[in-house]
Design a protein around this ligand. Structure first.
Ligand code: ADP
Ligand code: ASP
Ligand code: MG
Length: 404
């Protein structure tokens, strides 16, 4: 059976008109005699509204009820798509995750799909039906509804492609593919024809919302090629695939930026073994993700300054945890909410010397101050003032000749 998984993001099902258009795309595949498994996200904005409602009810909203609440948008979108397909003469129905079931493991709000039962869907496909499956949600072994992290419908699609051994997995969205940087932030951004899992994973983790990082990791582990394309314009998109399939690499493939970081500095921390662990342990216990870390070399051998970044939404919790931590001594605690991370990503940098220098010089030429730096084999990230992000993207895009 030649199975194709089609995933439609919130932006593609954001209105009745758009849902009618999605039905046309599905019908076109159906005519080509593919067996289709369709995955849909909630209509755009709906999940955010539900998250806001949870916050209005309680700042400590039960995480299992949170999953029931925020996964409901997908049910609406799937039923609208299925009903439209029925309207245009096709056999279709919605499938909620628990009806299949799509099993997950791990914590509420951030579960992971670990098993998908194939029987019912395969039977339905054999009868000529087009299943419209809710993305983002699953159920756990206690039969409670779970969700798999924001933007998680991408991972739902990849895992369906894995379990059903799909021939293709197509992610339909509101842009034509993966670009050198967010095309809604930089007009000169260029569509990338083909990109490796590794680079896409870095780009996504560092702020490129177009694909959810977990989904790329799943695709990489299971060697599933992903096609990202527009649901509005009929044009070829981007292929995300293994490095081996890519013959030509630029030095830098793309740029990413974040907009929701915060910087915390502890001034005058006692410089002795174990202090950093004392600071970070309670943060990790509270599920606060620490990202970039720098510790200055102690000038007098007694005290040092420690700086790290977190998500802006975790700032007040972090402030509280650090001020109440009796195990650490410091002179002052400083915070900055207006920082962003800008990153350059590319496997090409492995074999090319001087990339770091070029990045720093380009930023310096625009008088952009670098506050923190972190690197991996295929990426360099810098923390800068949020007001300079646009300027940094323009200058780095030009420096690494990405518009060509
Ligand atoms: P969907 O609703 O289809 O899941 P998302 O809003 O999650 O769509 O992702 C698409 C958005 O990702 C685009 O509108 C674009 O603004 C943003 N984006 C960020 N970085 C990139 C990039 N490098 N290439 C393409 N889009 C990007
Ligand atoms: N609707 C969910 C969200 O907004 C899942 C997704 O869009 O993929 O996070
Ligand atoms: Mg998305």
């Amino acid at each position: 059976m030649k199975i194709v998984v089609l995933k439609f993001g919130g932006t593609s099902v954001g209105s009745i008109k758009k849902i009618k258009n999605v039905a046309k795309i599905i019908k076109a595949y159906h005519k080509k005699r593919y067996k289709l498994i369709v995955v849909s996200s909630a209509m755009s904005g709906v999940t955010n509204e539900l998250v806001k409602k949870s916050k209005d009810i309680s700042d400590n909203f039960s995480s299992s009820e949170y999953d029931v609440l925020v996964s409901s948008g997908e049910q609406v979108a799937c039923s609208l798509i299925a009903a439209r397909l029925i309207h245009i003469g096709l056999k279709s129905r919605s499938w909620l995750s628990w009806q299949i079931p799509i099993m997950t493991e791990g914590y509420h709000k951030n579960s992971k799909i670990n098993l998908i039962n194939k029987n019912k869907i395969l039977n339905y496909l054999k009868k000529g039906g087009i299943p419209i499956v809710t993305g983002f949600q699953g159920i756990n072994e206690n039969e409670r509804i779970t969700t798999i992290g924001r933007g998680g419908s991408d991972a739902s699609a990849i895992m369906l492609a894995k379990f059903f051994k799909a021939e293709r997995c197509v992610i339909y969205t509101d842009v034509e593919g993966v670009y050198t940087t967010d095309p809604n932030k930089l007009k000169k951004a260029k569509k990338i024809k083909i990109i490796s899992y590794e680079e896409m994973l870095e780009m996504a983790s560092l702020g490129a919302k177009v694909m959810q990082p977990v989904s790329i990791q799943d695709a990489r582990l299971n060697r599933i090629d992903i096609e990202v394309k527009s649901s509005f314009i009929k044009k070829s998109g981007t292929l995300i695939t293994k490095r081996k399939n890519i013959t030509k690499n630029k030095i830098i493939t793309g740029l990413s930026s974040t907009q929701n970081d915060a910087k915390v500095t502890l001034v005058g921390v006692k410089d002795k073994p174990g202090v950093a662990a004392m600071i970070f342990k309670p943060l990790s216990k509270n599920l606060i993700n620490v990202d970039m870390v720098v510790q200055n070399i102690s000038a007098n051998g007694k005290e040092t300054d420690l700086t790290f970044t977190i998500k802006r939404e975790d700032l007040s919790k972090t402030k509280k945890i650090i001020s109440e931590n009796k195990n650490i001594n410091y002179r002052r605690l400083l915070f900055d909410k207006n920082v962003s991370k800008v990153s350059i990503i590319g496997v090409g940098m492995v074999a090319t010397p001087g990339v770091t220098f070029r990045m720093f010089q380009a930023l310096a030429s625009q008088k952009i101050n670098i506050q923190v730096i972190s690197t991996s084999e295929i990426k360099i990230s810098v923390l800068i003032s949020s007001k300079n992000v646009k300027k940094a993207l323009i200058t780095l895009h030009k420096e690494f000749k990405l518009e060509r």
